[in-house]
Write a protein that binds this ligand. Structure first.
Ligand SMILES: N[C@@H](CCC(=O)N[C@@H](CS)C(=O)NCC(=O)O)C(=O)O
Length: 222
């Protein structure tokens, strides 16, 4: 039976939440890894420029998700949400769905705060890291802690009463923060810390984290 294909680089980046959804939903898929010198997949190129030239990427960007019947979808959030909806990882009730979207937006905001390190001049990065650890991230983690507690008194999920793509995105954000040296900013957020441990230990997620299909972490500049 032909499998769907995820087109992206051999990196976590914008494909990681998609891969967490796929792992939690136990979906089988193939990866078409973009990169110079990577062998063609089913006769199709893996060189980014060549892929753009033959129209494989609707917006000349990755990730792209393809299904065997020709359905093709770009934009990482659209792909993650589509897969989450198809596999019961998106709340059905309107308000819970809106809370899920709200959390996804907040996760993006926090990730973008950390990624300001990329654009910062090298000489300004130490000060920005200090501000992130001491001020910006504790403030955000405080908001997220409250958000988590406001859903059925915490101890559960971000939205509704079942795991959703928002839980996976939040878990990944916390991991991304720790991996980039911002673990101390979680000090005042015990609910988030417990959430991180609980979600990260889910069997399918734990198996994915330990598997070779998880690409290496790319650190933000020091
Ligand atoms: N909003 C898009 C952005 C996609 C995007 O910019 N992807 C980058 C790689 S992470 C890319 O393909 N850039 C085009 C290029 O480098 O030519 C999404 O979330 O999927």
């Amino acid at each position: 039976m032909p499998k769907p294909t995820l087109i992206y680089f051999a990196a976590r980046g914008r494909a990681e939440v998609i891969k967490l959804v796929l792992a939690e939903a136990a979906v089988e898929y193939r990866e078409h890894l973009i990169g110079k010198g990577t062998p063609p997949v089913d006769g199709r190129p893996t060189d980014f420029q060549a892929m753009k030239e033959i129209g494989m990427l609707p917006f000349d960007a990755a990730p792209v998700w393809e299904e065997p019947d020709g359905f093709r979808l770009a934009q990482s959030a659209a792909i993650a949400n589509y897969l989450a909806r198809s596999h019961g990882l998106y709340p059905k009730a309107d308000r819970a769905a809106a809370r899920c979207d709200q959390a996804l937006g907040a996760c993006d905001d926090v990730r973008l705060e950390m990624r300001k390190l990329i654009a910062a001049a090298p000489a300004d990065r130490a000060a920005l890291r200090e501000e992130l650890t001491g001020k910006i991230l504790p403030r955000w983690f405080g908001y997220l802690e409250k958000m988590l507690k406001s859903n059925r008194d915490g101890g559960g999920f971000v939205a509704g009463d079942a795991l959703s793509v928002a839980d996976l995105a939040l878990w990944y954000l916390l991991e991304y923060g720790r991996d980039n040296g911002f673990g101390a900013a979680l000090g005042q957020a015990p609910e988030l810390q417990a959430f991180e441990a609980r979600i990260g230990a889910r069997p399918r997620l734990a198996a994915y984290r330990a598997s070779p299909s998880r690409h290496p972490f790319t650190p933000l500049p020091a």
